[in-house]
Design a protein around this ligand. Structure first.
Ligand code: ZN
Length: 362
């Protein structure tokens, strides 16, 4: 049921693979004050409720990344306009606001971003808008208690919460509450769709866990270019070896690459993965280093880490993004992908995706 009705700003596709733009390993500016931002956001939300009404044009919602925009568009179902700043292939860690983004943010009735430092350089801009527009860090809110937020000793908090579908399901009530506040006339529809959406994401979560469990235990090692998959690994029981750290702001060192090659050679890992938002040279360097150690691994395919696929395709939805990643990982590492759960049948029918990737059932 996740809607393909996401609009991306024109021109937002320009910024891909630019790992050397900001070589600093320093933490993101927004990191220091997430709670202040959250407070500002809710204060602003509360003050908005009085003037939003059914007579006004649809509320305008601006989301930073597609994973948020997808949930918001599904819940809004046309009752509010949802635009997403960062399209396919865009790296949110490095993204800088365009003049068009600033204009869109300035017109927004509600701004939804992930938080937890994901939108590194956009953070300063978001902080400015949070002073006058309801602005909500949905990944922070969904992760809830701090013990569900993963951290890395080198980089601090890990923002890639959407990789655990049970955590991402937590964004549904958060976004539904925000939509109900800025578009009160839509509230009953939003609430009904939220119930359904949450059930779908929890069914997706159970399916991913079931799929990963089919990989032979010794092969449950996921090697990717940057550390976007720690939530996935924790939730679904697969060891994760990212080469580049949680953010993409620093280039991986030769030592990082050699250490990762040693890990996959020692474990006999058959495949490693590239990411749609990261330069594939890094992962090729790991394959070459592993070959020097006498271990031949292959490319297991391309994973969606920090951006979804093209709008209108299955991978252009959050469910399809996680499904595509899981199919690629499970297949390349020697598991067997189970049929999708019944709760995802409406999603599968909408996109023409088979319930069973093996093709046994329609
Ligand atoms: Zn990332």
């Amino acid at each position: 049921m996740f809607s393909p009705a996401i609009t991306y700003r024109k021109g937002a596709h320009n910024q891909t693979w630019a790992p050397s733009l900001a070589p600093s390993r320093s933490s993101h500016p927004i990191a220091a004050r997430p709670f202040l931002l959250a407070l500002l956001a809710w204060t602003a939300l509360a003050s908005t409720a009085s003037w939003a009404s059914a007579q006004e044009p649809p509320a305008r919602v601006v989301a930073t990344v597609g994973m948020i925009g997808d949930v918001a568009a599904e819940l809004a179902a046309g009752c509010a306009e949802v635009a997403t700043l960062m399209g396919p292939g865009i790296d949110p860690h490095l993204y800088q606001a365009t003049s068009g983004d600033v204009r869109d943010l300035g017109r927004a009735d509600l701004i939804l971003y992930a938080g937890l430092t994901l939108e590194g350089q956009l953070g300063e801009v978001l902080a400015r808008f949070a002073e006058r527009t309801p602005t909500l860090a949905v990944a922070e809110a969904a992760a809830g208690p701090a013990d569900r937020i993963r951290t890395s000793s080198a980089y601090g908090v890990d923002p890639h919460v959407w990789m655990d579908a049970s955590l991402w399901a937590g964004t549904v009530p958060v976004i539904a509450d925000a939509l109900a506040t800025v578009a009160p006339a839509c509230e009953s529809g939003v609430r009904a769709r939220a119930t359904e959406a949450e059930a779908e994401l929890l069914a997706l979560h159970a399916w991913v866990a079931e799929a990963v469990a089919t990989i032979p235990e010794e092969r449950r090692v996921l090697v990717t270019a940057h550390d976007a998959f720690a939530y996935y690994g924790h939730a679904y029981g697969i060891q994760v070896a990212g080469i580049q750290g949680v953010s993409t702001e620093a280039e991986p060192s030769i030592a990082d690459i050699r250490a990762t090659a040693r890990t996959i050679a020692d474990a006999g890992v058959p495949a490693v993965f590239i990411e749609t938002t990261i330069n594939p040279r890094t992962i090729q360097a790991v394959l070459d280093a592993a070959a020097d150690l006498g271990h031949v691994a292959t490319l297991g395919g391309s994973l969606y880490s920090d951006a979804m696929g093209e709008p209108g395709t299955p991978e252009g939805s959050y469910v399809g993004m996680l499904r595509a990643n899981t199919v690629a990982i499970v297949t390349a590492l020697g598991g067997a992908v189970p049929p999708l759960p019944d709760a995802l049948r409406p999603w599968a029918e909408r996109y023409g995706v088979p319930m069973d990737v093996a093709g046994d059932t329609p």
